[in-house]
Write a protein of this length. Sequence first.
Lengths: 85, 505
Amino acid sequence: MTGRSVRVLVVVWGALYIACLSWPGLTLFNRIEPKILGMPFVMAFVAGWLVLGLLVFIVVDRVVSREETELGDEAARASMPDKRH
Amino acid sequence: MERWQLITGVVLAYLVVTLVIGIVAGRRTTRGVTGYVAADRQFGLLAMYFVIGASVFSAFAFLGGPGWAYSRGMAVLYILSYGVIGLAPWYFIGPRSARLGRARGYVTQAQLVTGRFPSRSLSALMAAIAIIAFIPYVMLQMSGAGIVFEAVTQGNIPFWAGAALAYGVVVLYVLLGGASAVGWTNVFEGVLMVVVAWILGLWLPYELYGGIGPMFDQIAAARPELLTVPGLDSAGNPWTWTAYSTAFLSSAIGLCMWPHLFMKAFAARDDRTLRRTVVLYPTFQLFLIPLILVGFAGVLFSSHPENPDFILPHVLLNTDMPFLMVGLFCAGALAASMSTGDALLHGAASIAVEDAIAPFVRFSEYAQRRLIQILVVVIGLVAYYFAIVMQPNLVLLLLTAYAFIDQLAPPVYAALYWKRATTAGVLSGLFGGMATAVLFVLRPGLRPLGIHEGILGLVVNVALLVTVSHMTRPQNDEHASGFLAIARGPRKKAPDRLTIQDPRT
């Protein structure tokens, strides 16, 4: 995954989040049954999106951090003295 | 000893520990403005996680959250929903702001925006918006503290004394310790409020109904209208999808724009810490769930409080609980209030000096720091006076505060991302957006389709920003490009295909 596609992932997740957790998307999941962990379905549904958010950002952060490290290595190499002379 | 005295003992112990942590933490920073306002840009993940989490969740979450579940049912889900999506943009704009902060010495949101759009009026306007939104928010926290004390001591410690005790401690550690005190007390307060919420929220449904599922089964049988979105409004009538959705949207847009949260980007040690704070934030947000369960536990409870916001203390005091638990709950509620109140007082004073006074009057860093400290006390006293004397409908004031905070979004995003934006565009947008928001706050009946006044303000704000920016001369290219380049940070360069590779390397 690249830094670019990560931004796309976040935007897609964000758009789905807003669509599903307010009108009109939420109307489709607006039920009491089946209960999940004792909670009415609609409440568990919202909680589920929070957990998904955590997972999405863990993945995103892995990619962004890796890119940051690579850029740091690149910058370090670029500033190393030229050993050819 | 009487029960209320034992409970108060537990709470006093909590207050003493908090005060000590705040004072000790404050000792470690430097004497200037960067030390007092941004903790020398040294906050690690632990401090950042709790500073953000505990500052976001206030007395509104601890008392108002259950209160909404109890009286308005699943309308409360919008509060559960908006946090994560609201903080998500900070994953990107936090590090952008922090880079600029390190490069240019910014410690407030307005310094960042006027760094790109130089204008003292803009700085003063942003400061005014922040303080107008902060004061009722602090008043609400002080009220919450006072009411919790009065409820759990059955009036032996009256409202005004409880608020004074809790906020006397806050003013003292903010005064002496600045941002560092706010950070470390928030770690302690944050742990306490999360632990207390989970214990209460899991215990109470089992104690009263035999479990979470059984509790909702009984509510579904007696009052099913509480268990689907959008739930009820404050009068007990069905709430509308429009109101629910625009409250959600307005809060999501405004959340990371709150100046006291936004400026914590300048306190973080590095970008990685900022990003990880956002990544982990949902784990904090989840603690609203047990609080919501406590609110629902009150629906079929044998007795009911006068004010739905006090369902949590009401249920606790009328259930057989050991004094230690009641004391810890009280400490948890105070922690929720104080961990927001301290950031607000610290933020309000810092912003008043850095953004409304310093741009117009020259004085030394040391004098600035002193003035911020003085204002912490002054603002604290003013807010306390109004909280005690006026006791106005604060929840209403808070919801309208979001309408004003939302207007800060276009200037911030324009500063960080849009090259063609101009100072005139940003100023016009902000004025227009604020005027619109104020109009619809004062005349809610005029709102088309009942749309939240923050959203209506944003429509005008963005329209003016875009139009006026295009109608005015573009900013100096070097200035705008330079600013955006710092914000963007290091980027992967495209491979340069024209150089001849040295065969020896």
